[in-house]
Structures are given as C-alpha cells and as structure tokens.
Design a protein around this ligand. Structure first.
Ligand SMILES: Nc1nc2c(ncn2[C@@H]2O[C@H](COP(=O)(O)OP(=O)(O)OP(=O)(O)O)[C@@H](O)[C@H]2O)c(=O)[nH]1
Length: 683
C-alpha cells in the first residue's frame, strides 16, 4: 500500500502557491509524470506504475482496470518553499468536461506531449480549452527515451498546430535509450541522471554539446528579446541576456500567454522532472499573479483578489461521495475558511455549514484548521453544493462565474436488471449526475424508459459500471443512440398566434406575429414591433416562450437550434394580457411556425484520427467509407499511417472493437465531437 506523506500545513502565503493542472492527450504520460513529481518532492517514497495499477492519482478501481485517468484527481506537494496543488486530468475526450471544470479553477498548467507523436488530437482540444480559460502553460515533451523521440519535431508540431511562440529551454543529452538528461539553456548547466543513479547530478555542459548548446541559447535569447521590451533593451546594449533577465522575461511571457516555455524529459525514467518543478515555481503564476476572480453581486460586477483577509468567496468544482463522506472540492478565491464556518450559497439561497476542511491527496485526506485564499481543498458537510456552486461569506454575497457544461451527445436506455432493484435506480442515477453534471437523466415520454445521456460511449459505460461497483446495482443497458437536433432549413414569415382564454375569473389574452429564419447562432430573437403595440415586458415574455419551444422540434421532438425569431406585430388587451399569456403565445406560436418551416434533422459528427500500420490503411479506409466517413487527411509518421476523417457519431459505436479486429490489435483511434451536420433522409 502506498503511504503518501501529506503536506498538512495550511498555506498562508498565496504567493507561494501554484495551482496547476496536467493536461494532455490520452497516454502522453500525465499520470506517470504526476507520480514522479510526488516521488521527487518526497511526498511518496515509492514510484507507482500505471501498468501495475499502483499510481496515487488513478485510485479508482475502474481507472486501475482500464489504465486510464477518468476523474480529475487532486494532490499536493511541496517544492522549493512552494505548495503545489496539482490536478491530474483525464486525457480521453469523453471526460473533457472533467477537464473543463478543473481548468476553471487552475492558475496554470503543464501540457504534456509525446516526443514521438508530437501534438495529438486531444492535446489540441485541451490546449484550446486552456486558451479559452486564459490558463498560462508550460510544455513538457515527455517520453524522450522512446525510439523515434525527437524534440525538434515535437516543437515543430507544437508551432504548426497550436501556434504558440515556443521558447525551448532544454537541449536533450543522448537520444532514445541513451537519453540521460538535459542541458538547462537558461543557466547553461547539465542535469544528468545515468542508469542506476538515485538523483540527477548537476555539472558543466559536456564539451561535445557545448557548441550546440550555445547556438540554442542564442536562439532562445533572440526569441525572448523579440517579444519582451526590457529583454530587447538588454540584448541591444550587451548582445547577450543574463540568466536573471532571461528567467524574468520567460516568467512574464508565460503569464501573459505570449510564449510557451518548452522542456523535455522522460517521466518514466525520472529525467527532467526536477527541472520541470523548478520551471513551475519560476514561471507559472501564483494566485496573486492572476486577475482577481470575477463575479456578480446582484446586477453589479465584482472582483475579489486573493486576499486571506477579504470576505470569503470560493467555487465548488467537484463533488464526490467517498467513505469519508460527501466531499465538495473548493477553490478558495478570497478570504479564509475555517472548520465550523457557516457560508452562504447565493444561488440556492441557503446557508451551508462546513463540517471539516481537508487537504486532499488523491484518495487520502488530512484535516486542516483552515484554508486561505488561493488554496484548493475539500470540505465535508455541504448538503446542496454542486460543481459550479459559489460559496461566500453570508454578509458579502457574490456569485462567481460557473464552468460551462457540455451538451450530451449519446444516450442509452437503462433499467435495473432485477425487478426488486427498480426503486434503487433513480437515486443511484441522481447521485451520478450530482457528481458529473455532463450526465443527464430523463424519462422518455413515449416509451417511459429511463434514458442516461453523456459525452460518449465510454463516458456512459464508466457511469453504469460505477453504479454497479459502488452500489451493487446490476443495470441493463440498451443500444447507444446519438442525440439528434433539428434546425430550420427554410423559414416562414407572418405566423399569427392568438392566445385567448376566458374561464370565469381573469382571462388571458396575447396576440403575436412571428417570422422564423435560419441563423448562424443557436438562437436569436428580436422585436420589430412599431408604435409600442407590445410593451417591452411582454416582448421579453414572448422571447422566453420561444426559448421554451426550442426544447422539442416538430420532426421528432429533438432540440431545435440555428434560428432567429422576429416578433413583427402583436396586440394586447387592457385587462387580460400578462407575462404568462405572452410567454404561452410565444411558445405555442413558435411551435406552430416551426411546423410550417422546412426543418432539417442534424446528427452529431466527430473528427476521427485513426493510427494504423501502413499495411492496414486500405481496410481502414474502406471501413470508414462504409460508416459514412469523409476522409480529410492521411499521413505516414514513424512507420504508422495516421488517417483523419469526419464520421457521424452514430456510426462509431463499436468501432474500437472493429478496428482492433481489422488490425490485429495494432490500430488505435480517437474521436472528438466537432458539432452537428445534416443527417440522411432515412434517419
Ligand atoms: N517510454 C516511456 N513511457 C512512458 C513515459 N511516461 C509514461 N510512459 C508510459 O506511457 C503509458 C501511458 O502513461 P500514463 O501516465 O498512463 O499516461 P496518461 O497521459 O496519464 O494517460 P491517461 O490518464 O489515460 O490520459 C504508460 O504505459 C506509461 O508507463 C516515458 O517517459 N517514457
């Protein structure tokens, strides 16, 4: 059994905290790197391996069985007087929402790349996610010990596909099996760990590499000076940059997102891990270096800085049922939280009592007296907080922007296998959705079946398996189905809808005239009513009614998207008109209009990347064509063919097994949902 030692002291200086995520494509080595970081920092005393199922962060039984990260796990360690709170995130696209929630609360990230494959599809997706959240990052090119590893090629693919300004600060020493360490180009020192060494040794740059190291240092100086005015000044005056100037400029460029420091190593062989930790501390921002968190207090925007003395504000980003109790993971943005405190949930409009505050070390927890601004902790005792809930001081309310939730694209019908268990299914599913907001449960109106929806086949498989393992509930699962949508192919003008109701007491009256047209965005609404014939408040009610109508389209009850509605005319009644009447008129009026429009059924499509041995390409192309796939590219890289194609998600069910069969287990693929496209008429 692993015995992680736990940093138990509360962090009192936000400037000494680094909250970071480890992001990458599946199998790039995030979990192994996290494991080596815990070992290098003395947090653990043995190195766990993914293939042995002994890592600290992949502690869930399913993660160990499948050898992949499914849930973002938090661990903390100390390095050079700093507290590093680290979140190991899943690399598989089905769990992208878990990454999204983690990114919302992180200040920085380490993006891990495979030195042979370079930038892979999911590394591209998580990179864009981090861009959206403005999270500064460092790149770590891992697996430098593998045959075919090439730092320069990996950097070229980074530049080509992700468009950052790469600032390469390492020169590898040795190649592939002979990779033993790196030259740190900032300090011009070599860090070598030969086979059998317990730790890295620092020394002068080996003579054989001196010239190349100087050339690369020069390239680094030029790249930095080009982007950093103070560095440029020094470079112009003295024609060189000092290590101190270089370090300061690299820090500034990382934090502003104008450059990405690139390091290399081999996590598996413990090479390049300590330099990576040094870089995290030197370049990535502390909670004080990022802009104060934004929130709303009533209608007004409010910002809270990472000040332990300020009124408390925190965002819950994960909820997890554990043997310790229901854990709510919090990023504390402002103020201090002590055990026993009463905090306010402004959205649910209720108070919550904080039972205990815990430092989380994957599946282990250590009680803390308090947590201060900038820290990431878990608390026990919250009843209603979910991922995305703000918790704040009762006398200083604020609502922080919650992370977005992805729309589900795949559904399965589920039922308890044993009749006697029928009553246990609903609470079990409710618990799942509480922990993972990207899972949705509903009852099908026509069949009465319970339908579980999520982001992919694997996502749903893992969810059902969790119910079986944790609650001992056997669940029968139907065939997976994709989530269709409907859009407007050709619009209509002048749909008249009159909502009149007269039953005894107060009547209801609303009259609307609507135009509907295809639109680029999901939904837009405007009023073109002249002369105040429909007051503003009723216009808003019509819009709300139209939004209600989007839930079910006329083709098959699917969600409607891609349209603009214009309210062109209407009429009111002095006594009988109300918000409710106009909302109803908006809903029923749009429904009527959509029935007259030419509607188009949309199905989800995914960008698929298949990597196979060259001799299997023919079979793979034929199979993709049979699945209505459109091939968008094909290249040969390190002896393997990489085929990219756009394929309807509905045709991808069971593809993993099929590909394995066609390639004798040598083929792999990833699928990234990219949006919706018109479905063929027979759907
Ligand atoms: N040769 C080599 N193999 C490595 C290295 N780092 C990780 N691996 C191996 O690569 C495989 C994947 O590593 P993981 O650490 O599970 O990768 P991951 O990115 O966490 O994968 P997911 O959590 O599933 O997204 C494992 O078999 C590791 O042993 C490395 O530096 N060199």
């Amino acid at each position: 059994m692993r015995t992680p030692s736990l940093p138990t002291t509360p962090t009192t200086r936000p400037s000494a905290v680094r909250n970071l995520g480890i992001l990458a494509h599946v199998d790039a080595g995030k979990t192994t790197l996290t494991e080596r970081i815990l070992y290098a920092t003395g947090t653990t005393h043995r190195r766990g391996e993914v293939h042995d199922g002994t890592t600290v962060t992949d502690f869930d039984p399913q993660e160990r069985d499948r050898g992949i990260t499914i849930f973002a796990a938090a661990v903390s360690c100390d390095w050079a007087g700093h507290r590093i709170n680290l979140i190991d995130t899943p690399g598989h696209v089905d769990f992208a929402d878990e990454v999204e929630r983690a990114l919302r609360v992180l200040d920085g990230a380490v993006a891990v790349f495979d030195a042979v494959a370079g930038v892979e599809p999911q590394s591209e997706s998580v990179w864009r996610q981090a861009d959206r959240h403005g999270v500064p990052r460092i790149a770590f090119v891992n697996k430098m010990d593998r045959a075919g590893a090439d730092l320069d090629a990996a950097v070229a693919s980074l530049r080509e596909r992700l468009h950052p300004a790469p600032l390469v600060v390492h020169l590898p020493i040795g190649t592939e099996e002979g990779f033993v360490g790196v030259v740190d180009l900032v300090r011009m020192r070599a860090l070598v760990r030969a086979e059998g060494d317990a730790s890295a040794t620092e020394g002068p740059v080996p003579d054989a590499l001196r010239e190349e190291a100087l050339r690369r240092r020069r390239l680094l100086e030029e790249a930095v000076a080009e982007r950093h005015p103070a560095a440029l000044e020094e470079f112009c005056d003295r024609e060189v940059l000092s290590a101190a100037t270089l370090t300061g400029a690299l820090r500034d460029l990382t934090r502003s997102g104008d450059g990405v420091v690139v390091l290399c190593g081999s996590a598996y062989r413990d090479r390049g891990v300590e330099p990576l930790l040094d870089a995290v501390v030197a370049y990535l921002p502390s909670p004080l270096d990022v802009p104060p968190v934004r929130g709303r207090n009533g209608g007004a925007e409010e910002r809270r800085a990472a000040d332990p003395g300020a009124p408390f504000a925190a965002l819950a980003f994960k909820v997890n049922a554990t043997p310790t109790g229901r854990l709510t993971y919090l990023r504390v943005y402002a103020g201090t939280l002590e055990k026993g405190d009463v905090v306010w949930d402004p959205t649910a409009r209720r108070t919550e009592r904080v039972g205990r505050v815990l430092r989380v070390q994957a599946d282990r927890h250590v009680p803390l007296e308090r947590a201060v601004a900038g820290d990431i902790v878990a608390v026990v005792g919250m009843r209603s907080a979910r991922a995305g809930t703000t918790l704040c001081a009762p006398d200083a309310p604020v609502v922080l922007e919650p992370p977005g939730v992805a729309e589900p694209v795949v559904s399965v019908a589920v039922e308890a296998r044993r009749r006697a268990d029928a009553g246990r299914l609903a609470p079990a599913l409710a618990r799942l959705t509480e922990e993972d907001p990207s899972l949705v449960v509903r009852t099908d109106d026509e069949t009465g079946q319970t339908v579980l929806s999520g982001l992919g086949e694997l996502h749903l498989e893992v969810a059902v398996e969790k119910v079986r393992r944790t609650l001992g509930l056997e669940v029968a699962v139907g065939r997976p189905r994709v989530t269709y949508r409907e859009t407007v192919g050709r619009g209509v003008t002048g749909t008249v809808y009159r909502h009149v109701k007269q039953d005894g007491g107060a009547g209801q009256f609303a009259h609307v005239v609507l135009d509907v047209e295809p639109w680029e965005e999901e939904f837009a609404f405007r009023s073109a009513v002249v002369g105040g014939r429909v007051p503003q408040e009723y216009v808003r009610a019509v819009e709300a009614g139209c939004r209600d109508a989007l839930a079910e389209g006329p083709l098959g009850g699917h969600r409607v998207t891609g349209l603009r509605v214009t309210l062109t005319d209407g009429a009111t009644h002095v006594k009988d008109s109300s918000d409710t009447a106009f909302r109803t008129a908006g809903r029923l009026g749009l429904r009527q209009a959509l029935r007259s429009c030419a509607m188009v059924l949309l199905e989800p499509v995914a960008e698929v990347t298949v990597t196979v041995p060259e001799d299997a390409v023919g079979a793979v192309l034929g199979d993709l064509a049979a699945r209505r796939g459109r091939v968008t590219g094909s290249v040969v890289r390190a002896g393997a063919a990489v085929v990219t194609a756009t394929v309807p998600l509905a045709e991808l069910f069971g593809y993993a097994a099929r590909l394995r069969g066609r390639t004798q287990g040598r083929g792999t693929f990833t699928a990234r949902p990219t949006g919706y496209a018109p479905a063929p008429a027979d759907r």
